[in-house]
Write a protein that binds this ligand. Sequence first.
Ligand code: CA
Length: 84
Amino acid sequence: MLLFVCCADINECLDGTDECDENADCIDTEGSYTCTCRRGYAGDGFTCIGEYMYYIYQYIAHTVLNCIYNGSYKNYSIPLHECV
Ligand SMILES: [Ca+2]
């Protein structure tokens, strides 16, 4: 049994293991980290796209596909298959 394993936090932002988008800021937290899209970008922090494209996707998702675009896509194609 590993009774004495304890909890030194890893700074994922510094050691490069974070999965933040290249257009996001990584913030180290105790036991984890957070990603926040930088100004001019929107998304969940793991995927950030230009705000303009983001809102276009949201608009299309809402009006054409009747769903909500959540921003978690890695490319710029309209994510029909995810957005149901
Ligand atoms: Ca951490």
